[in-house]
Structure formats: structure tokens, C-alpha cells
Design a protein. Sequence first.
Length: 508
Amino acid sequence: MSTSTADAVVPYDEVIAEFDPVLGLEVHVELGTNTKMFCGCPTEFGAEPNTQVCPVCLGLPGSMPAVNATAVESAIRIGLALNCKIATWCRFARKNYFYPDMPKNFQTSQYDEPICYDGYLDVDVETDEGMKTFRVGIERAHMEEDTGKTSHQGGATGRIHGADYSLVDYNRAGIPLIEIVTKTIEGTGKYAPEVARAYVTALREILRGLGVSDVKMEQGSLRCDANVSLRPSPDAKLGTRTETKNVNSLRSIERAVRYEMTRQAAVLRAGGTIIQETRHWHEDTGITTSGREKSDAEDYRYFPEPDLVPIAPDPAWVEKLRSELPENPAVYQARLQAAWGISDFDMMAVVRSGALDLVAETVALGADQAAARKWWVGELTRIANDRAVELTELPITPADVARVEALVGEGALNDKLARQVIEGVLAGEGSPDEVVAARGLAVVSDDGPLLEAIDAALAESPDVAEKIRSGKVAAAGAIVGAVMKATRGQADAGRVRELLLERLGVSE
């Protein structure tokens, strides 16, 4: 029975000293087509349960599927972007197994004849020796259909164990999926968790750039299954793997791989045996727990799908699609990094936060790149993490951030007030200018009110005034701070200091 109780683990440094980790990553991508893979049902996310279904995706007797041409095109474009070979002839197969959210009791997928195969993706990871490139081989990228969604009700964990009953929504059944399967990933050493995260991050950027999926991990549009095994040394045979299913955030991919390495090491160190099984990732506790023993391919009784004709992409069409691919994200990133003049480390921070396009758009609208990175990678990423959403889901645009930074540059706002403006925009109070006006947040730069506030602060702290007059100019900070407090942070601190020293007849 699956529980959320943590197993014994070994400290990570000791894992690396004793074992060599090997990875395999399977990423499922829901394509952004208007209709499902084999029928005309819509694919809109969040519709009322079981309202986007028909005899085909419900697997009713006598219903006949037809292949979604846009999904085939998207699959080929994905394969080309991942340096894959494109099959000149391939077909679908039936993958037979019973599960309540799969209405046909088989999944229409591809088995030994995938549409894309033998590719690779290079990813960069920060190591002790600086940035290092790891090549992740792509075994295959094949077409299939998604299953429905089961919700277990009444339990404490949302899992079937302990639940009172389960509900099945078949709206997702039949949505086009591309499953991208890596070759065995070796040679990562202690950077295995980081390589896993970097690979999925880079893959997500490619998919987003292609426009084939919204890649919203929190909605399940992109899901990663992480296979992990340990062996005594790089020249030993591969160890038994476990598959942590449906990890749905970049941070969790790294955490899940790291945890599973420490758990497996504890089992092996104690003389135990790793079971080939699926495991569940628990975001709240940061652990994996046992799911079910993993089936091998022969257990699925694959056989060719008799109701669908084979697919034979015209090579000329494939080459046309290749010529129309957008700029590779790695090239795009390198170009922006050179234009911005920032380090590999700073660029990696932008990419890892998912803010690259947002920063680029903000810069294109006139903001300084350092300021754009500060807001998106710093303040807004923190807010997105607190809300457990993607940056792109925050109700603020690059135009809003660029305007806030323009107001800072004009002297109308300081950083403290700018944060309040961003807070107001996120709260739905309007544009940056509307928030400034409604909240009365403009910087006070008129000398009259500032002098009044300075005189009041000096009157309350005559000892500080004497220190400043005697040459201890550093003490001016206390008066400036008092003025900032009195003006609710709206004073121009630089101007306050100038006026204060003039008032006291002191020069720097």
C-alpha cells in the first residue's frame, strides 16, 4: 500500500561517493490542437467533466478513429527540433491494459515504429568547473492519446488508498500526446538532478517556441516520468530502475531525482534489492512512495492498430517543415546573452525561472536589461512561487514592468514605491499609472515639503544634527531615514540628503 511515510535515505554526498546514477526521462506533451487525436471533440482545458466526449474517445463499439493531421505535423516539427530522424513510414499500435480512466481498455500509441527517433538535445549545467554541456540522446518521440483523469475523493492524500470513491472525467481522453523518451543518460555523476531539470527546461522552451503546446506543467500539458537507477561504478551493468510518475514542475524534477537516488542508495547499502516499479512524487513532503510494479513491453500485448492506416510523411513536406522551424532556443539565448552582456550564471537564472521571453519583451519595450531581470527573476518569480503558478500566469505584462521601470528612471518612483505599484497591478487595480494615482505613490521631489520634513526630523534629533555639523556626515542616514518614514517612503532620498547637508551648512 502506498503511504507518504519517508524511507531511509543516504546523504547525497555519500551516494555520489558510492554509486553512479543513470537516468532515463519520459516527457509527455499535450499538443495544443483544437480537436482530439482521433476524433473531432474539443480540447479546451477546464470544461465541465465529461462534456467533451464522443463515441470515438469513449471507445464505444463500432466507432472509427481518424488521425488528426495537425498533430502529425506537430510531431514531425518536434522531432526535427530535437535533431531526430523522421520515419518515412510508421503506424499506430494498441497498447493493452486496463485502467478506469482509459475507456477503450487500450491506448492507441506507437510501439516499434515511432514517427521520430534517434535525436539529441544538448543542455548546459553549472558545475564546479563552470558551465558544462551534457548531450541527452533522444530514443524516440511518438504519437499517442492521453487518458482520462481520475479523482479520488474522501481520502487525506488524494490517492486511491483511503478514498471513499473515485470520479472519472473523460474530457482528457483522446487528447493528442507526444511522448519523448530519452536514451540512457550516463556520465552525469553528482549533477544528475540538475541535468534532469536542465533537459526538461530546455525541452519546454523548444516546445513553447514551436507553438505546439502551452507546456503548462501545473495543468498537465507537460509531464515528466523520471527513471533512476544506481550502479557501483560507470563500467558496471545498469541497476534496476524505478519510474517516478507525472512530476509536474521543474523544481520537482530535480528534487524527485535527488530523493530517489538517496532512497535507492539506502536500500542497496542495507543489502536490499531495488524493485522495478512506478513511484509517486509527493510535493509537500519531498519524497516518493511505491505505486505499482512496472510492466515490461511484452505485458502490454502490443499489436498494430487495425482501424488506422499507416502514416508515410512525404520527405519534401518534412524538409519544408524543417526550413520553417523557429530559431533554436539555445541560439536565441546565446544571442540575448551577448546583447545583454551578462554572465552564464545570470543567464541560467533567467532561463531556470522561465522568464527569458518576458525579460526580452520588457527590454524591447525600452527597459534596461538589468532592471527587467531584477523584476522578473527576482520580485515576480518570488511572487509566482508563493502563489504556486507560472510567471506567465501572473496578471502583469512586460509592458507593465517596462512602464514601472520608466517611472523609476524618471524619478517618479523609487524601488520601494515601484514594488507597491507592481503589487497594485497584480491586485487588479489597473495600469501602473492608475495605481500610482489611486494610491498616491509618486515620489515627493518638491523641496518645500521635503524641507519641512527635514526640519521636523532635526528638531526631534538635535544630537544627530550636532554630529553632522561636527563632520560625522554618516550620521545623516538617520535623518534621511526619518524623513523617508514620515513621507511613507515617497521622498527622493538623494534629494533629502542634499537638502539636509545644505540646511546644516555641511559639505561632503
